[in-house]
Design a protein around this ligand. Structure first.
Ligand code: GSH
Length: 219
């Protein structure tokens, strides 16, 4: 049975998973959750995803949620298909650097980019008023963190080493939304960050999903 991704075409975390589906050309079907009518808060949905959040993935009856965990599941299950996106887990140092890179995205990027997008994009969608002070403070803090990225990326091509991994791809959905939120901070970084970020934006997998995750794959 084809993999079912329960989410929404415009959801950030659904998009994070879809990038991996396209990187690895894994056939899938997107089951769109009626977010506007809070289907994700229904008892039936919470039976699958107890926190009432999208996305979750169903693979032959197996259910997994949390977008980064879903990406890891897909990369491991389809490790011999398409780009590897994972380190060599027999190599202790490569594994440690991969875990480090995953944590960098969560602690030094998402921690600022996500609330910044919430402030200037999601609040507006909900009819609430964004607070420019909150937004500007988050962007300032993110800017400081990105200096660390420049140091890392001046020594290696990607965040975990010289091969692209999930740690790089995980940045894309919120990173791209920063521009929609009104910040061009990602285009004002050093040369190595710019090289890395522009390469991610140019990926076919990103182009396939960035304007909305298609309902079905055509591979
Ligand atoms: N850490 C979760 C976050 C999921 C998440 O925040 N999803 C949003 C949509 S992009 C959602 O369902 N928001 C509704 C809510 O949190 O109540 C993941 O990575 O999957």
């Amino acid at each position: 049975m084809v993999i079912k991704l329960y989410g929404h075409p415009r959801s950030v975390c659904t998009t994070r998973v879809a990038i991996v589906l396209y990187q690895k050309e894994i056939p899938y079907e997107l089951i769109t959750i009626d977010f506007a009518n809070a289907e994700h808060k229904s008892p039936a949905f919470k039976e699958k995803q107890p926190f009432g959040q999208i996305p979750y993935l169903e693979d032959n009856g197996f259910i997994v949620f949390e977008s980064r965990a879903i990406c890891r599941y897909l990369a491991m299950k389809y490790k011999d298909q398409g780009p590897r996106l994972l380190p060599d887990f027999n190599n202790l140092h490569a594994t440690a650097l991969f875990e480090q890179a995953l944590s960098i995205e969560v602690a030094n990027f998402d921690a600022y980019a996500m609330p910044a997008v919430l402030e200037n994009v999601i609040k507006k969608m909900r009819g609430q008023t964004p607070n420019p002070e909150v937004f500007n403070a988050l962007i300032e803090e993110l800017d400081a963190k990105l200096k660390g990225y420049e140091v890392i990326l001046s020594k290696q091509k990607y965040l975990a080493g010289n091969e692209i991994t999930l740690a790089d791809l995980n940045h894309l959905p919120y990173g791209a939304l920063l521009l929609v939120a009104g910040s061009d901070i990602l285009s004002k970084q050093g040369p190595n960050f710019s090289r890395w970020w522009n390469e991610l934006l140019a990926l076919d997998s990103w182009k396939a999903v960035s304007q909305g995750v298609p309902e079905k794959s055509n591979f």
